[in-house]
Ligand binder design. Structure first.
Ligand SMILES: [Zn+2]
Length: 258
């Protein structure tokens, strides 16, 4: 591994120190964590796959209700990418930190299940998940794998096996409320933690973007690893403007081996 510039190394060392001192560390993760795994950040504009499809409109609850076939057409390549994606070194290091008792929980904006694939146990999915689907009519919930595999293959919109109505992936669309149980848990973690590690989130999407502020207000330390600025960089103890897949493993290594 090539050595980091001394400023970056100092920041990594400081972040590792904060981890060693923390009694209740949590990590808040966003799309930037999964881009090294090949999953596009569909909320940021002008990036490849999504620029032409205006996700704000097509990935909204109102489009799903009025024209689910438009939503599913847009969703198909994303679903395919997510199913084939593998966790990257940052996901794996976060899972190791959790296993070693250094991270209490992961609060994620991602719907891609990569934390679970990496072995993380306590994952609070604030924007929902690709793991399950729910019927829009009878609310029967089922595992997505069977249905979505077929959909990715042949483009046939998945329907409820009980009543035949259209199934909706349990991901939170624009204009949709966050899942309440997950959101309450996330807020509790933000208030109780003494260290919050923000990874790959530009903290632009409310209400999740407010969680680090809640942590700061309760006296927690804040570390931000993201390749773009966030509104809280001025208040963070450590900011590293680099690729999480490189930096998180370096921090974990330092936590474990000093
Ligand atoms: Zn149904």
């Amino acid at each position: 591994m090539t050595p980091f510039p001394s400023q970056t190394q100092t920041a990594i060392d400081f972040a590792a120190d904060l981890f060693r001192q923390a009694k209740h560390a949590v990590s808040l993760t966003g799309a930037g964590l999964s881009t090294p795994s090949g999953i596009p950040d569909f909320r940021s504009t002008g990036t490849g796959l999504w620029s032409r499809d205006e996700p704000l409109e097509v990935a909204s609850l109102s489009t799903f209700r009025t024209a689910p076939e438009r939503f599913y057409e847009w969703f198909r390549p994303l679903a395919s990418q997510i199913y084939h994606a593998q966790p990257n070194p940052a996901h794996l290091s976060l899972a190791e930190l959790e296993k070693a008792g250094r991270i209490h929980s992961i609060l994620t904006q991602n719907i891609d299940m990569l934390h679970q694939k990496a072995g993380s146990q306590t994952v609070i999915e604030m924007h929902g998940t690709m793991r399950t689907l729910t019927c829009t009519q009878c609310y029967y919930q089922m595992e997505a794998a069977l249905h979505l595999d077929k959909f990715v293959e042949n483009g046939k919109i998945p329907c409820c096996s009980k009543c035949g109505n259209i199934l909706k992936p349990d991901v939170i669309l624009f204009g949709e409320q966050l899942p309440q149980a997950a959101w309450f848990k996330a807020q509790r973690e933000a208030r109780q933690c003494d260290l919050m590690l923000v990874v790959g989130s530009s903290l632009e999407v409310l209400p999740v973007a407010g969680l680090p502020m809640q942590a700061l207000d309760h006296g927690a330390h804040l570390v931000i690893i993201n390749n773009a600025q966030t509104y809280l960089n001025v208040r963070a103890d450590v900011v590293i403007l680099e690729d999480a897949a490189v930096i998180i493993p370096a921090i974990a290594e330092k936590v474990f081996n000093g």
